[in-house]
Design a protein around this ligand. Structure first.
Ligand code: PRP
Ligand code: GUN
Length: 192
């Protein structure tokens, strides 16, 4: 399925993963997490805002009790490339010391965001910190990242949907799409 967006320049969204493919990955990750964290009362921390839909689906598949919290970061502003300046914009409120913390990311791209989050949690003396990411773009990593629970390994393309935005839009789409300038963008732009 391809959607052409009537913006300038025109972008096209091409479906990368269907609802069924996403559900299958969510079930696989939840099973692994349920097994590894049994008896550990983990603190599941979603990285705002992109992980919210993934986190909601994931925790409802878990067979173990968990506590849920969130951390806010900003790095992408309104564009498709990281500014490289990662700010923690909202801190979790749960007790962190001595906890088994599972960070839930929608995507690891440069890895700068997750690196800053790992640094933040390390300072609070948790028992352990693990990362679960729905998508990983290894071709773009700028830092070493260890993802214990990885959903899809994706090519170097900007993706939207299932929580991920472009300029705060498209988070609501239930599937995941790549977003690229439409091939005839030059033609359309010169038709003004
Ligand atoms: O690996 P990186 O290059 O650091 O990129 C990954 C981060 O970028 C996105 O967040 P963003 O800052 O766009 O905020 P959002 O989740 O609110 O959209 C995404 O949700 C990840 O948290
Ligand atoms: N929406 C979105 N946000 C990102 N942040 C880092 N990479 C991406 C991406 O591919 N899509």
């Amino acid at each position: 399925m391809t959607i052409i967006l009537a913006v300038k320049p025109p972008f096209e969204l091409k479906r990368l993963y269907s609802r069924e493919e996403i559900s299958e990955v969510v079930r696989r990750l939840s099973a692994q997490i349920s097994r590894d964290f049994a008896g550990k009362d983990p603190l599941v921390v979603g990285v705002l805002k992109g992980s919210v839909i993934f986190l909601s689906d994931l925790v409802r598949e878990l067979s173990i009790p968990t506590e849920i919290d969130f951390i806010g970061t900003s790095s992408y502003g309104n564009g498709t490339t990281s500014t490289g300046q990662i700010k923690i914009t909202a801190e979790p409120t749960a007790r962190l010391a001595g906890r088994h913390i599972l960070i839930i990311e929608d995507i690891v791209d440069t890895g700068l965001c997750i690196e800053a989050i790992m640094k933040y949690f390390s300072k609070h003396k948790p028992a352990s910190i693990s990362i679960c990411a729905l998508m990983d773009k290894p071709a773009r990593h700028q830092v070493r990242v260890k993802i214990a629970y990885s959903g899809f390994t994706i090519p170097d393309k900007f993706v939207v949907g299932y929580g991920l935005d472009f300029s705060q839009h498209y988070r609501h789409l239930p599937e995941i799409f790549t977003m690229e300038e439409a091939p005839d963008a030059g033609q359309l732009a010169s038709d003004d």
